[in-house]
Design a protein around this ligand. Structure first.
Ligand code: AMP
Ligand code: MG
Length: 486
């Protein structure tokens, strides 16, 4: 058993060594009848883990929290956070534990973390558990984003516990074994800052720099450079979300990573009809986390991060505020640059032109007015270039300007269409398909989930016989609503 476990993970726990004061050691509760629902083979291989060992009884016991593999840290991380704008001084891993850190063959460090592993000292009113559906949703969405080259945490495994959890109705329980570059959040900095222990805050910032942005360690102002690096990572991340129509749904500061990875897929959804005010979450009544609001909220969250760093930036508060404000002001231009570059690629453009922003804005306004499907529209435009299909009526005049722009930069239409199809997904994790797969999985049939994930792993490549996966929900489907109930 020991030998098998040693083959599972070779943990090295820098966070536990560096950040005493930001976690509590804790034990997961035992799952009565663990059943491995999903093992992410390709992720395991990328991480130099042995999928067969993870599938073994010892492997499943480790992934569900029934047996601690050698070297496991088993800590619940402390963090605070602004949830829908309101500050909670103590959130933390209420139902999750960091098992430990692993380093892959390329020297990249990752957390292996269990979610749904029982109540911790941070659980407040919660039961510490998670249900099969939402944990499988993390798997589906993580794989979908990853295949779209969007930085994200990913599921290594989802294990049914054999226990029921009580939500609106009893549901099968599960543990998610999640892999992340780290679980350090904006909320982690908020918690550290609120302790008033400036040494702890500095250790956290130094740890985040060493782990995620080692190049800034040598900067003249490393903590300002850290903020700058996070600003850029989040500007790039949110631009990528916007380009594929992803709505995170709960961009609280505790759900925003310092690494720039997407995390915590509760009420998230991909938009179908393009609309800036698209909201899916049942609890987001005022559209704080609406599709089109995500860049603004990203900046708002980064301002909270900046606030925590003030004492590290300068002894004089005014000086510190001025310095971080200057860094925060870089967010919007950088976001727009990442986004516009991405939009050019979506439209097959190879060069930057002065009127591109206007061209793109015009397209999106027409898509909004005509209630066009975000994903389908970009694939349809490539077909227009191939002469395969006429443009959607609402886009006819726009298509004329776009083709003129392509011609002006000397782009031929066939290669432009091919380039578009390499960046515009055909298959996204459409809400009705995800729901269908999760419902079947909750009832014990995992086949639809595996079929869906297989397509999402190659989102640009058409698979014959799978047309319906590329289409929006039928027009008579009720509007999609997502729930935080996890
Ligand atoms: P989330 O909305 O998933 O980002 O979680 C926000 C906070 O609530 C975190 O501190 C979680 O650990 C905690 N939490 C969510 N669900 C539960 C649960 N079932 N039991 C204990 N804590 C929970
Ligand atoms: Mg969270």
């Amino acid at each position: 058993m020991k030998l098998a476990n040693r083959q599972l993970f070779g943990f090295d726990n820098t966070l536990v060594r560096d950040l005493h004061g930001l976690y509590q050691t804790w034990q997961p509760v035992s799952a009565p009848a663990p059943n491995l629902l999903v093992l992410n083979d390709s992720l395991a291989v990328e991480l130099d883990l042995d999928p067969d060992a993870l599938r073994s009884a010892e492997g499943v016991a480790a992934l569900v929290g029934n047996a601690a593999p050698p070297g496991a840290a088993n800590v619940a991380l402390a963090y605070a956070g602004h949830q829908f704008g309101g500050y909670s001084p103590r959130l933390g891993d209420g139902r999750a534990l960091l098992l430990g850190e692993i380093v892959d063959g390329r020297g990249h460090r990752f957390d292996v973390h269990l979610k749904g592993s029982g109540r911790t000292p941070f659980a407040r009113g919660g039961d510490g558990k998670a249900a099969v559906g939402p944990m499988l949703r993390e798997y589906v969405v993580g794989e979908a984003l990853h295949a779209l080259a969007i930085p994200t945490t990913r599921a290594l495994a989802v294990i049914a516990t054999g226990e029921e959890v009580l939500r609106e109705r009893p549901l099968p329980g599960a543990v998610l074994a999640r892999v992340a570059a780290s679980h350090i959040r904006v909320g982690t900095f908020q918690y550290a800052a609120a302790t008033g222990d400036s040494d702890l805050l500095r250790r956290l910032a130094d740890h985040a720099i060493a782990r995620h942005y080692p190049a800034v360690a040598g900067a003249e102002q490393p903590y300002l450079a850290l903020l700058d690096a996070v600003v850029d990572a989040q500007a790039a991340l949110i631009a990528k979300w916007m380009l594929v129509g992803f709505v995170h749904g709960v961009m609280n500061t505790d759900n925003m990573t310092i690494s720039g990875e997407s995390i915590d897929f509760g009420p998230c959804a991909f938009i179908d009809v393009h609309h800036p005010s698209a909201v899916f979450s049942s609890i987001d009544q005022f559209g704080r986390y609406a599709y089109g609001n995500q860049p603004r909220i990203g900046l708002w969250n980064l301002a909270r991060l900046a606030g925590t760093l003030l004492p590290l930036v300068a002894a004089d508060v005014d000086e510190a505020v001025e310095a971080v404000t200057e860094v925060l002001q870089r967010f919007t231009p950088r976001y727009e640059q990442h986004w516009l570059e991405g939009m050019r690629a979506k439209l097959g453009l190879r060069s930057a032109g002065p009127d591109d922003r206007a061209l793109v804005d015009d397209l999106l306004a027409r898509m909004t007015d005509a209630a066009l499907d975000h994903t389908e529209t970009f694939r349809a435009l490539a077909k227009v270039l191939r002469g395969a299909d006429p443009p959607p009526e609402a886009l006819e005049p726009w298509v004329t300007s776009w083709r003129a722009r392509l011609a002006a930069e000397g782009s031929h239409e066939a290669p432009a269409a091919a380039a578009m199809d390499r960046v515009n997904p055909l298959y996204i994790a459409r809400n009705h398909l995800v729901e269908e797969a999760l419902t079947a999985a909750t009832d014990g049939d995992l086949a639809p989930l595996h079929d869906l994930v297989a397509l999402l792993k190659h989102p640009f490549d058409a698979v014959p016989g799978h047309d319906r996966y590329a289409l929006a929900a039928p027009g008579d489907a009720p509007p999609h609503v997502t729930y935080c109930g996890t």
